[in-house]
Design a protein around this ligand. Structure first.
Ligand code: ARG
Length: 591
């Protein structure tokens, strides 16, 4: 079925046509003065110019044509020429009842199933997952779920950072500590041990130690860095022992990363990394040269990506450094080479917005050199920084980089403290519930902001059961669940029943909120914007809670009316649960 607003627009457009005017002026919007009316049409202002009439005359003529339509409870012309209206209770009841009886609440999904590859997560191997990677994971997971729900074929790729200097640093440090290992013996020809020579905690200590040593401004520091660069280079050239170490580093890190992502309810179909793209580089570079796109500039190999219409500086895309080594760019381009083998319609990157210009260069270069066909869409969703209350990038209390697992622990503990005050739960139940609610606090806190904006991670606010928060949404769902449970425990079989004709304003308000579902879903998908889903469920939860406070549901004396309320509650719950699933979290039974 069409969105409510589109249905209303149809009525309005017909009115314009009947009045002998162009229907394009019949656009309807949600009122920006909800105290006056629910919807409005401002088309008479623009039409006045074309038809050389006063706007109020046009508006009056249109109102005259449509005023008896069953859709309206009230409709009026307001000078200078607005058409303000509210929908009738019968009309909105019918609309919501049709939604209730339709698959996916009547949402019209696109006819074409796009093949989409999503690049999100982007953790760097051997470095602990920190909050900087949290946003990519949370936003990417939600966009993936939204696109899949709309029927698209989406593959998520974590795109590990596993090809930089960090690998050389780890190798160098390990060599200093355990030179006797066979990985460092160039003459060794046997099999390498299956067991990795380190645990994840050792690995997480080795990397920062090595990194610190390489940055020391001393002769030792410089020599250390030199050695790490050499090791990186040898690894990239395929030195056997180092490749074997890379495999160990990867397997140990990936096991740990998977654990962390699982806690976040984030998952990937592909665990490719920068290293996966390396075999594609030589042919790609050769082709760029052969086709005349790549040329030498100050010894480096580059491709121009400037366009005439550019307002900003657009440096060339560097393909190879002057020493012939590849860069982050090279890897991303080669990754596109192998991604195109799947023939996607679209590739979506969810990365820190500070990489905006970088991706612009990569996308242009990929299109220009023919790596990516013209009709394939390359999207960059750049997200802002997660800041602390001081407005600076989020840190631990000691000022260090906050690990994702510590953040999760902290929020879960806060949630647990709040939940144990609820005496009806066992310790175990309270722990489980705290996990679920904490995730909603973190994810909703992030997703309710437009991705591109920086936001302040405010633990007190995000974990509150009141206001625009994840726990508030869950609290609403839990409230509904408990009413339905009590109803069913009272021996009511829960059979399907029509919803009641809207009577009170709060009931109508809830119906109107439910009817906003299609619009919210369609715009969230079109704009790749989970915050649309958040805004929608916040509004829906508010509408529900208002209705709940003003309506006797379980104590309603008329059993038929009560059945109608329960149907309405079930529908509201289903819509809310559907939406939070798209955001990547779920609701507990109690809290
Ligand atoms: N590993 C990178 C980082 O930590 C993010 C990777 C983003 N994805 C990509 N295809 N470049 O900054």
């Amino acid at each position: 079925m069409k969105e409510l607003i589109k249905e209303l627009e149809k009525v309005m457009k017909d009115g314009f046509k009947e009045a002998g005017l162009d229907e394009k002026y019949g656009t309807v919007t949600v009122s920006n003065r909800p105290d006056l009316c629910e919807f409005q049409c401002n088309g008479a202002m623009a039409a006045a110019k074309e038809y050389h009439k006063a706007p109020f005359q046009i508006a009056e003529e249109v109102v005259e044509k449509v005023k008896d339509n069953e859709a309206f409870e009230s409709i009026e012309m307001v000078k200078p020429g607005f058409i303000n209206f509210s929908v009738s209770k019968e009309y909105i009841t019918k609309y919501v009842e049709t939604m209730r009886n339709s698959r996916d609440f009547g949402l019209e999904k696109p006819d074409t199933r796009e093949k989409i590859i999503m690049d999100y997560g982007g953790p760097n191997v051997a470095k602990p997952l920190h909050v900087g990677h949290l946003r990519s994971a949370i936003i990417g997971e939600s966009i993936k779920r939204i696109l899949r729900f709309m029927g698209h074929d989406v593959t998520g790729d974590v795109h590990l950072g596993d090809w930089g200097l960090q690998m050389g640093l780890i190798i160098t440090e390990l060599k200093k500590r355990r030179p006797e290992l066979p990985y460092f013996d160039e003459a060794y020809e046997g099999d390498y041990p299956k067991e990795p020579p380190f645990t994840i905690s050792e690995l997480e200590e080795i990397y920062p130690t090595a990194s610190a040593k390489s940055k020391e401004d001393t002769d030792e520091g410089r020599a250390y860095k030199e050695e790490a660069l050499k090791a990186t280079n040898e690894l990239q050239k395929g030195r056997r022992g180092y490749r074997a170490l890379l495999e160990h580093i990867l397997s140990v890190s990936v096991t740990d990363l998977k654990k962390n992502y699982e806690r976040l309810k984030v998952s990937f179909d592909l665990w490719n990394g920068e290293s996966t793209a390396q075999p594609y580089i030589p042919d790609m570079v050769q082709k760029m040269k052969d086709d005349g796109y790549a040329y030498l500039s100050d010894g480096a190999l580059v491709v121009d990506v400037k366009e005439d219409t550019d307002q900003k500086e657009m440096p060339p895309c560097m393909i190879l450094k002057s020493d012939g080594s590849s860069l982050y760019n090279t890897t991303d381009l080669a990754t596109l080479v192998f991604r195109m083998k799947e023939h996607p319609d679209r590739v979506i990157y969810v990365v820190d917005k500070r990489q905006d210009l970088y991706f612009e260069q990569v996308f242009r270069c990929a299109k220009k050199t023919g790596i990516v066909p013209k009709n394939v869409v390359l999207d960059f969703i750049g997200f802002g920084t997660m800041n602390g209350k001081d407005g600076k990038p989020f840190k631990t209390r000691q000022g260090g980089v906050m690990r994702l697992s510590s953040l999760l622990d902290e929020i879960t503990d806060t949630m647990y403290e709040k939940i144990v005050t609820n005496q009806t739960m066992t310790e175990e139940e309270a722990r489980e519930t705290a996990d679920i609610v904490a995730l909603s606090a973190i994810k909703y806190g992030d997703l309710s902001n437009q991705a591109a904006k920086d936001y302040i991670f405010d633990v007190d606010r995000f974990t509150s059961f009141e206001g625009n928060t994840g726990p508030y949404i869950l609290y609403t769902i839990v409230r509904i669940k408990s009413i339905i449970k009590k109803y069913e425990e009272g021996g009511n079989d829960g059979e399907d029943h029509e919803i009641n004709p809207a009577v009170s304003d709060s009931e109508k308000g809830l119906y109107l909120a439910l009817a906003g579902y299609q619009e919210a879903m369609l715009s969230a998908c079109a704009q790749l914007a989970p915050h649309r889903v958040c805004a929608y469920i916040y509004e829906l939860s508010n509408a529900f809670n208002k209705f709940y406070h003003e309506t006797k549901i379980l104590s309603c004396e008329d059993p038929e009316l009560k059945k109608g309320y329960i149907s309405l509650l079930k529908m509201t719950e289903a819509v809310l649960e559907q939406c939070i699933d798209l955001l990547g979290f779920s609701a507990p039974d109690k809290m």
